[in-house]
Design a binder for this molecule. Structure first.
Ligand code: DAH
Length: 382
C-alpha cells in the first residue's frame, strides 16, 4: 500500500480533513442545489429537489448525519457550515415555492381575466319578445278583470248551430253570407262544422253553462276567407257579454268608454254609436272613436277622423231564449272588438299580414318584453 493509497483510505473513512477542500465540496453542493431550486419549473419539481436535499436520505441530511461521528473540534468547525448550508437551501426552497405559487396565481388570474367594460350579454328572457297580439290580449284582460269580468273560451272548430243558428242567424239568412265562412267536410249526418267566424258562439256556450249574473270576456282566434292589408284569414276578436236583470245601454256605453280610455291610455275619448245590424243584438250599434292622424301619428280624443273599432248591442230576446233564459226576467249587452285592429291602431302598425309571418325582425321591432306583464297598477305598456 503506498502512501497516497493510505491517505485516500483514511480520507474516505473520516471525510475531508482539509478545511479548504471541505469548503469547496460544500460550496459546490450548495451552488448545485440552489441552481436546481431556481430551475425547478413547478411545485412538483421543486418538491423533488427538496426531498433529494433535505429528505431522510437527502444529500444535506446525509451530511448532517456525519456530524455525530466527528470529534468535538471537527463538529465545531463543520457543524455551522453544514447547518448554514441546510438553512440557506431551506430558505431558497421556501422562497422558490412562494414565487412559483405567485406565478401560478398570476397565470390563472390572467387566463380568467374578464373585461368588465364589455357590454353585458342579454339573458334569454330579455331577448325573447311577446307578440303584440298576446300583449293586447293581456292588456284587454287586465282592463276587464278590473271591471269584474272573467275570461271564457270556446273551440276554434264550431258547430253551425252555435256559430249561426243559436245566435239568431236562421238557415238561409243573408247575414250568414257576409261571414265568408270556412266549412269543414260534412260528417256522417251531412252536418258541416265551421271554423268559427267570430267569438260570439262562446256567448251561447257561456249562457248555456252558467247562470246570470254573467260578466265575461272571450278573447280568441276567428276565421274568414279574406286577405288584404287589413284582413287575414285568421284573426282575433274579444267578445264581451253581460247578463243580469238590469244591464242596459247606459252601462254598455260606460263599460266601452272605460275600456277605450284605459286601452288607449288617454284621459278622454270621444265615441260615436252608429245604428247597425247584427242578428244577435237588438238594438245594435257600431262604435267609432275620434282621432287625429296628423303627421302619420294617431292621437285619440282629438281631431276629426272617426275610426270604427267594435260592434255591440243589447242581447236579442231570441238568443236569450235559445239559451234557456227568459227575456222577461234577464237582459244584457254584448260587444265584439277586432283585437288585431286595435293593436294596429295603438301601436301604429300599417299592415296586418306581418302579424302572422313569424319574422323575428318584425317581432324585435313591435314585440314586448315578456316580463313586463300588463296591469292597471303597473302600467299596461311598461
Ligand atoms: N260578432 C260580430 C262580428 O264578428 C261582432 C259583434 C257585434 C259581436 C256585436 C257582438 C256584438 O257581441 O254585440 O262581426
Amino acid at each position: 500500500m503506498n502512501a497516497s493509497g493510505a491517505q485516500k483510505h483514511t480520507r474516505r473513512r473520516h471525510g475531508p480533513r482539509d478545511p479548504n477542500e471541505a469548503m469547496t465540496d460544500l460550496d459546490s453542493l450548495e451552488r448545485d442545489l440552489l441552481a436546481q431550486v431556481s430551475a425547478a419549473p413547478d411545485e412538483g419539481a421543486l418538491d423533488a429537489v427538496r426531498v433529494a436535499a433535505l429528505g431522510k436520505k437527502g444529500s444535506v441530511s446525509e451530511l448532517l448525519k456525519t456530524l455525530g461521528a466527528m470529534t468535538p473540534d471537527e463538529r465545531k468547525e463543520r457543524g455551522p457550515l453544514i447547518n448554514g448550508l441546510r438553512d440557506r437551501v431551506a430558505t431558497a426552497l421556501t422562497a422558490r415555492k412562494t414565487g412559483l405559487a405567485e406565478a401560478a396565481l398570476e397565470t390563472r388570474l390572467a387566463s380568467e381575466r374578464i373585461d368588465v367594460t364589455l357590454p353585458g350579454r342579454e339573458a334569454p328572457e330579455a331577448r325573447g319578445r311577446m307578440h303584440p297580439i298576446s300583449q293586447v290580449i293581456d292588456e284587454v284582460t287586465a282592463i276587464f278583470a278590473d271591471m269584474g269580468f272573467a275570461v271564457a273560451e270556446g273551440p276554434d272548430i264550431e258547430t253551425d248551430e252555435l256559430n249561426f243558428t243559436a245566435l239568431n242567424f236562421p238557415p238561409g239568412h243573408p247575414a250568414r253570407e257576409m261571414h265568408d265562412t270556412f266549412f269543414l267536410a260534412p260528417d256522417a249526418n251531412g252536418k258541416r262544422k265551421v271554423l268559427r267566424t267570430h267569438t260570439s258562439p262562446v256567448q251561447i256556450r257561456t249562457m248555456r253553462s252558467q247562470q246570470p249574473p254573467i260578466r265575461v270576456i272571450i278573447p280568441g282566434r276567428t276565421y274568414r276567407h279574406d286577405s288584404d292589408q287589413t284582413h287575414t284569414p285568421m284573426f282575433h276578436q274579444v267578445e264581451g257579454l253581460v247578463i243580469d236583470t238590469a244591464a242596459n245601454i247606459a252601462s254598455l256605453k260606460w263599460v266601452l268608454e272605460e275600456f277605450c280610455k284605459a286601452f288607449f291610455e288617454v284621459d278622454q275619448v270621444k265615441m260615436r254609436f252608429r245604428p247597425s245590424f247584427f242578428p244577435f243584438t237588438e238594438p245594435s250599434a257600431e262604435v267609432d272613436i275620434l282621432c287625429s292622424r296628423k303627421g302619420g301619428e294617431i292621437r285619440f280624443g282629438e281631431g276629426t277622423d272617426w275610426l270604427e273599432i267594435l260592434g255591440c248591442g243589447m242581447v236579442h230576446p231570441n238568443v236569450l231564449r235559445n239559451c234557456g233564459l227568459d227575456p222577461d226576467v234577464v237582459q244584457g249587452f254584448a260587444f265584439g272588438v277586432g283585437l288585431d285592429r286595435i293593436a294596429m291602431l295603438k301601436y301604429g302598425m300599417p299592415d296586418l299580414r306581418p302579424f302572422f309571418e313569424a319574422d323575428v325582425r318584425w317581432l324585435d321591432h313591435y314585440g314586448f318584453r315578456p316580463l313586463d306583464v300588463p296591469s292597471l297598477v303597473g302600467g299596461l305598456t311598461g
